[in-house]
Unconditional design. Structure first.
Length: 326
């Protein structure tokens, strides 16, 4: 039996730094309030490329394995060199790879990551084999016997895959920790409400939270000032059915609502801010780990998650220099 099975995507990443972008604010667009701009037609010089690994399922699996949990990753890779490297990296991080799907004649997922001097990033993602995720009967048998399921962003036939995943979830378990991708959120709560009601912890950043609410019937014309109030926003999302809702706010910290009280924490200041790539995956999977380790103690779970997020942003790559307690 596994402690956790993570489901979603894997990638081989290329990161580079530039200080030639200009950060712009646009308060008229609630979904695009900050923009990073470059001069049209300019040649942007880059000193060095950095190669690493990413993808929501892979990042979460690496993080959970660091906490001593027996962890498997259910995700696709292509039939290329990057696919082999992704699998080798997971094995080196003590993640069980028997559920990895190798897709013939497909390239593995990849990301091209532009990092600004303050560590913020823009990701250009190519789904590749990730769009071919298909959960079969053998996968379902593993899911029935795991203690926890961590769902990251899903590509391809995500409605069908969600039906299969949640078919094994009952009041007796397993616990479900869900960080939906924008593809799932843009359909609004109406399309995923039946799954939210079976979700232990729903986690997203504020942009994702806004996308979910603004695409849900009854809220499409809601006052933007109301939605920009984080406490109002998180209570609306909690009403959709999840037991606990977590919204990360970047440098402004994180807010959690369990139906009884709103808990807000500031970030833990990192020694240096190098790269925020994957910090959401690491925070959210750390919360799943810590919530499990501390038997539902939200304050303790938040503290450990924020510590791990601070450790991550001080280094390049989503899976490097994370906390280990095993």
């Amino acid at each position: 039996m596994y402690d956790f099975i993570t489901i979603g995507g894997t990638t081989r990443d290329i990161s580079f730094f530039t200080d030639q972008g200009v950060l712009m604010k646009d308060e008229t667009d609630i979904l695009r309030q900050k923009l990073l701009a470059f001069e049209s037609g300019a040649k942007i010089k880059v000193d060095k490329f950095y190669y690493s690994y990413g993808g929501g399922a892979a990042n979460a699996a690496a993080c959970l394995a660091n906490f001593g949990f027996r962890t498997a990753c259910l995700a696709p890779v292509g039939s290329d060199r990057n696919g082999r490297l992704i699998v080798e990296n997971l094995r080196a991080r003590r993640v069980d790879t028997r559920m990895i799907e190798r897709i013939k004649n497909e390239e593995s997922g990849s990301s091209f990551i532009l990092i600004a001097p303050n560590g913020e990033r823009i990701i250009f993602a190519q789904r590749g084999a990730n769009k071919n995720l298909a959960i079969d009967e053998k996968d379902i048998s593993y899911l029935k016997n795991t203690k926890g399921i961590y769902i990251a962003s899903l590509a391809g036939d995500w409605p069908g895959n969600l039906r299969k995943i949640f078919s094994v979830v009952s009041s007796q378990g397993p616990n479900v920790f869900w960080n939906p991708g924008m593809t799932q959120l843009l359909g609004g709560a109406d399309k995923i409400r039946m799954y939210l009601k079976k979700t232990t912890v729903l986690a997203c950043n504020k942009d994702e939270a806004l996308a979910l609410v603004m695409n849900t019937e009854g809220y499409k014309n809601a006052d933007h000032k109301v939605l920009n109030d984080t406490e109002s926003l998180i209570k609306i999302i909690h009403s959709f059915g999840a037991k606990i809702v977590v919204i990360t706010l970047g440098s402004d910290g994180v807010v959690v609502f369990d139906g009884q009280k709103v808990i807000q924490h500031d970030i833990i200041k990192e020694e240096k801010r190098v790269d925020t790539t994957g910090v959401g995956d690491i925070f959210n999977s750390s919360f799943a780990a810590a919530w499990t380790l501390f038997k539902g103690d939200i304050d303790k779970a938040l503290h450990l998650s924020l510590q791990n997020a601070a450790a991550k942003v001080a280094h390049i790559g989503a899976q490097n220099s994370l906390i280990k307690i095993n």
